[in-house]
Design a protein around this ligand. Structure first.
Ligand SMILES: [Zn+2]
Length: 177
């Protein structure tokens, strides 16, 4: 294990968005306790993240949160653990008050236009933000694309032995006779 170095834990969202700055870091997945609740034993992987501040022409503030992780999940078909690869990018609007968190969610708002909002802070816990993003990227029912440990009889290719007549040609023979 290398030197974990100095990890960024808190960011000032006002400063980050005003300056358009970017912060990044990585942390061992083992330290994300909320994420790991209910997950199987983890491999020794890290969560990598980049958070970039943005401000648009109207003075609205945003954070672009990019997260890479590969937590071990339990396949709900074969119950074996497998690595789920996450590479997500989300854009959050930074608002100034609790009231603004709910503002704009009028009944006529197109749900596709809804953007997740977070409360601005001079001490935003960036690891908690990253943890939220990873949790949101977890599948509701994790499954292998193809489970590796199904009984072999279910995995085998169909029998393509050319010497053996297909049931259909046998059927044809019966009809002729
Ligand atoms: Zn499986």
């Amino acid at each position: 294990m290398g030197n974990p170095g100095v990890e960024i834990q808190y960011v000032d969202t006002y400063e980050l968005t005003r300056a358009g700055h970017e912060v990044s870091g990585q942390a061992a997945i083992a330290q994300f306790e909320r994420l790991l609740e209910g997950l199987p034993e983890q491999a020794d992987t890290t969560v990598e993240w980049v958070v970039k501040g943005e401000m648009d022409a109207f003075g609205q503030r945003f954070l672009r949160v990019q997260v890479k992780a590969s937590p071990m999940l339990e396949c709900q078909r074969c119950m074996q653990p497998f690595a789920w690869s996450i590479d997500s990018l989300n854009r959050l609007q930074v608002v100034n008050s609790e009231a603004d968190l709910d503002a704009g969610e009028a009944a006529d708002t197109d749900p596709d236009d809804l953007i997740e909002r977070i409360l601005g802070s001079q001490r935003l816990d960036v690891l908690a933000l990253v943890e939220d993003e990873v949790i949101l990227s977890l599948p509701y029912v994790p499954k292998h694309d193809v489970c590796p440990s199904l009984p072999e009889s279910l995995v085998q290719e169909p029998d393509t032995d050319p010497a053996r007549p297909s049931p259909f040609s046998v059927l044809g023979q019966l009809k002729k006779d």
